[in-house]
Design a protein around this ligand. Structure first.
Ligand code: ADP
Ligand code: MG
Length: 419
């Protein structure tokens, strides 16, 4: 992979794909990630991904490049640009935070490939930095149709002379700004991608054992798929958070109103059978903190997994599970953790995630945390970043890397140069 040290950027327009998909204030949301985000986000709750993107932006700017940043935020909904732009979330708040952190003006384009983008890029001088509006406001960005994505990539290509891929959190996505665009321009990998891949390689090449993977988070179906592949890698899988309820249900437990993907129960059963055959231990919660509804101040109580009331919703792992997970981590020599084990954004339901983070700081070996929300959780607890081996900006991307999958965004950066 060529790095930015291998390319000449002075005076050239550099299209930089960064991952600035920061978590936004959940206030007013009715379920984790379930509610449509407001058009004007209330605020950035953790700017870690912006900070992680700064080195390459600074470097390019200092070398005299005209830096045109492409990024996405959230999951906009709507049939076309106009509908999505109206629904948000806009990257505007991110542009403001980026300017603050850079200590430098960041020009903001109110569209992606429209007149504002062209004018904003046209007005850049050497060393200047611009951010285009949420690239996912263009439905073609995430289209499964190759020709739709190719069309958007061709429009984006008119805004730059060189492409730099630095959005590690999206390299597992076959999307226009990640996969199709680098084919059209001379390209290189940014500093963040280079650093992330270095650490993940250490996790895949002869990891010290026992190797424990902790999985949590809110999107069961996203991650259920990867578990099967992780069985070939890890010695032990600790499962908490949103996806654990589908496992508990598969074992026959009542899970009340907890997050559940009933259509995944079959998958979960075969994963458990496969784990048993391979001698991989799957560790599930033994108790839970359940609440009356999804809210920071919802009345809650601790119940064993075999006594979840039908009218309650799982929000966190309970104290027995915290101790169980700690015991399963004590002898670990390699740990990869993706996904909070509870709704950590609400302090009343953060104890499980905090406990896992604290146990990780005691592990004698390589610890890697992957995922925007997981990283945000760790930082929100005030734990020093250097207490962990590495905090990755990519959850899905790092999981897929660990599974041994080829990541489209990396493949595109490795491919021969377009000239
Ligand atoms: P990451 O960004 O680290 O990959 P995810 O995006 O998969 O993690 O999941 C993070 C979200 O999972 C958090 O917003 C958290 O509130 C949510 N979550 C964790 N446990 C639960 C649960 N029991 N019920 C609902 N949401 C949960
Ligand atoms: Mg997330």
């Amino acid at each position: 992979m060529r790095t930015i040290d291998d390319i000449d950027v002075a005076g050239r327009r550099v299209l930089l794909r960064s991952d600035l998909n920061v978590p936004l204030d959940l206030k007013g949301a009715s379920s984790a990630g379930g509610a449509a985000p407001p058009a004007t986000p209330r605020g950035i709750t953790d700017d870690g991904r912006i900070r992680a993107s700064l080195p390459v932006i600074r470097k390019l700017s200092e070398r005299g490049a005209r830096v045109v940043i492409m990024a996405h935020l959230g999951r906009p909904k709507g049939d076309d640009f106009a509908a999505r732009a109206a629904g948000g979330p806009s990257l505007h708040v991110v542009a403001a935070r980026l300017a603050e952190l850079l200590g430098k003006q960041v020009a903001f384009a109110s569209d992606v490939v429209g007149p504002s983008a062209a004018a904003t890029v046209g007005a850049l001088t050497d060393g200047g930095v611009a951010l285009l509006e949420n690239v996912r406001f263009e439905p073609a960005e995430t289209s499964k149709d190759d020709s739709e994505r190719a069309r958007l990539a061709a429009q984006l290509a008119t805004l730059g002379d060189v492409y730099v891929g630095d959005g590690f959190g999206v390299v597992h996505r076959k999307q226009a700004s990640v996969y199709d665009l680098p084919k059209l321009l001379p390209h290189a990998a940014g500093d963040l991608i280079v650093a992330e891949v270095d650490v993940l390689r250490r996790l895949t090449e002869k990891p010290a054992r026992p190797y424990v993977v902790i999985l949590g988070g809110s999107k069961p179906s996203d991650k259920l798929g990867v578990i099967g592949n992780l069985l070939g890698v890890a010695d032990r899988l600790l499962i908490g958070g949103g996806m654990s309820y589908t496992f508990l249900k598969a074992l026959g437990y009542e899970v009340g109103n907890s997050l559940l993907e009933a259509d995944q129960i079959g998958t979960v059963r075969s994963v458990m059978a496969d784990a048993e055959r391979r001698g991989v231990e799957i560790v599930l919660p033994t108790d839970l903190v359940v609440a009356t509804h999804f809210a920071p101040d919802a009345p809650s109580m601790v119940v064993p997994v075999d006594a979840i009331p039908a009218d309650r919703e799982g929000m966190d792992i309970g104290p027995d599970t915290r101790a169980l997970f700690a015991a399963k981590l004590i002898d670990a020599r390699t740990v990869f953790w993706n996904g909070p084990v509870g709704v950590f954004e609400f302090p009343a339901f953060a104890a499980g995630t905090r406990a896992v983070a604290e146990e990780l700081t005691k592990v004698d070996g390589l610890t890697v945390i992957g995922g925007g929300d997981s990283a945000a959780a760790v930082r929100s607890f005030g734990l020093a970043a250097d207490a962990f081996g590495h905090i990755s900006t990519g959850g899905g991307a790092s999981l897929e890397y660990l599974e041994g999958k080829t990541l489209p965004g990396l493949t595109a950066l490795e491919a021969d140069q377009a000239d």
